[in-house]
Design a binder for this molecule. Structure first.
Ligand SMILES: Nc1ncnc2c1ncn2[C@@H]1O[C@H](COP(=O)(O)OP(=O)(O)OP(=O)(O)O)[C@@H](O)[C@H]1O
Length: 373
């Protein structure tokens, strides 16, 4: 578990430190106090984008009127022994670095120690929002258990950007090198097939974890992946067959993609859909409270799925209890306590967390300072 957190020039914090005892941590305080900033800091102790999807340059503390944020750092100590840190070395730097016990490390190594999983108010409309955000959300769930997935997705995205650049050049009258285009599409086929197979495997594991929670007062989702490559994987196709289908589809789509200036074919267009099981309706048609409860159930299923890993998950819940009804709030608190899970939760009112009195650490966030009540 995280036993201490130190923030230096991170967002609204000039310097702050919080020590944790065991159990959940409740962060309460007025709007704009810096509660979400703190969850965001912890969310950065995993590869990729954090809870706000912000760039490293945005996270450095800025005084009013300052154009560039400062160099910032976030450091946690695990069980009072291992130190994980991230930050930038120079003000405004775009790339954050990772340190483990003081040594620079590959971001992927963080997953050996911590697996943060988060739920934010922005996810409430996830099922009715744009498809790209849903796939990003799902991919994060996949790579928390399967770190290789992040490498497949980033190799795929890089090759896709290169292919589109070539097709745009061709559109402007410059000849696109067909050998290079072929090579990129081979790479897209391979990385895309790996990514699709990993997504399908994760979908099954997640669905099983959701099904195992049918006794909880949260709505259940029936998940599916709506994409050609994933459907082939479901039907038992091998990786090289899926890769060939992606490659062929991309080759056929060249002219159309070039004219549109977008990549209209490929597994980056896969969608995650969810059916509200009890109501037999698409999740996208549910109320925002229903969508929130459904997403939270999915997040809790993910936590259960990750609990077998050596690196235990850490749950970050931004404003979740405020939007749950009493029965679900109680169930959430009981579950978090029973799982012996480290959870950080935010809310403007301390009263919302009355059910955790005596079972959680209450921290008041105000004026850039953190005070345990
Ligand atoms: N780079 C930065 N430098 C300085 N201050 C920042 C920076 N980024 C964000 N802030 C400040 O942090 C505050 C927002 O903090 P945060 O989102 O954590 O609030 P919160 O406590 O979660 O509030 P709410 O209850 O409204 O969600 C704002 O006042 C914002 O101006």
């Amino acid at each position: 578990m995280i036993t201490s957190l130190t923030l230096t020039d991170f967002r609204s914090y000039a310097g702050a430190r919080l020590e944790m005892t065991s159990g959940p941590v409740v962060l309460h305080g007025p709007n704009g106090a810096g509660k979400t900033n703190l969850l965001e800091a912890i969310s950065l102790l995993t590869p990729g984008k954090g809870l706000r999807g912000a760039t490293a340059a945005e996270m450095g503390r800025r005084e009013p009127g300052e154009a560039t944020g400062r160099a910032w750092a976030v450091m946690v100590e695990l069980d009072d022994e291992t130190r994980l840190g991230t930050g930038v070395q120079a003000a405004g730097a775009a790339r954050r670095i990772v340190r483990i016990d003081g040594e620079t490390a590959q971001p992927g190594r963080l997953l050996d120690y911590l697996r943060p999983v988060w739920a934010t108010p922005e996810q409430d409309r996830m099922f009715s929002d744009a498809r790209a955000e849903r796939l990003k959300f799902f991919d994060r769930l996949v790579f928390a258990a399967d770190p290789d997935h992040a490498a497949s997705v980033s190799a795929y995205e890089k090759a896709l950007r290169e292919r589109l650049r070539l097709l745009n050049d061709a559109q402007d009258g410059r000849e696109a090198d067909p050998v290079w285009l072929d090579a990129l599409e081979v790479r897209l086929g391979e990385a895309g097939a790996r990514a699709s197979l990993a997504r399908v495997a994760a979908l099954h594991a997640l669905q099983a974890a959701i099904d195992a929670r049918s006794d909880r007062p949260f709505p259940q989702a029936d998940l599916s992946l709506d994409g050609g490559a994933e459907q082939m994987a479901e039907a038992g196709a091998e990786e090289d067959e899926i890769a060939a289908a992606i490659r062929e589809g991309l080759a056929k789509a060249r002219a159309r993609d070039g004219a549109a200036g977008r990549s209209l074919f490929g597994p980056h267009r896969t969608d995650l859909t969810a059916l509200h099981r009890e109501k037999q309706r698409p999740a996208a048609e549910g109320s925002s409270g229903e969508q929130k409860a459904l997403v939270l159930n999915l997040i809790l299923a993910q936590i259960a799925r990750l609990s077998d890993h050596a690196a235990r998950p850490i749950l970050l819940l931004d404003e979740a209890p405020a939007h749950l009804d009493e029965a679900r709030r109680t169930a959430l608190f009981d579950e978090i306590t029973a799982l012996d899970l480290q959870a950080f939760m935010t809310g403007t009112e301390r009263d919302l967390f009355a059910g955790l009195e005596g079972r959680a650490q209450f921290v008041r966030v105000a004026g850039g300072a953190l005070e345990t009540d």
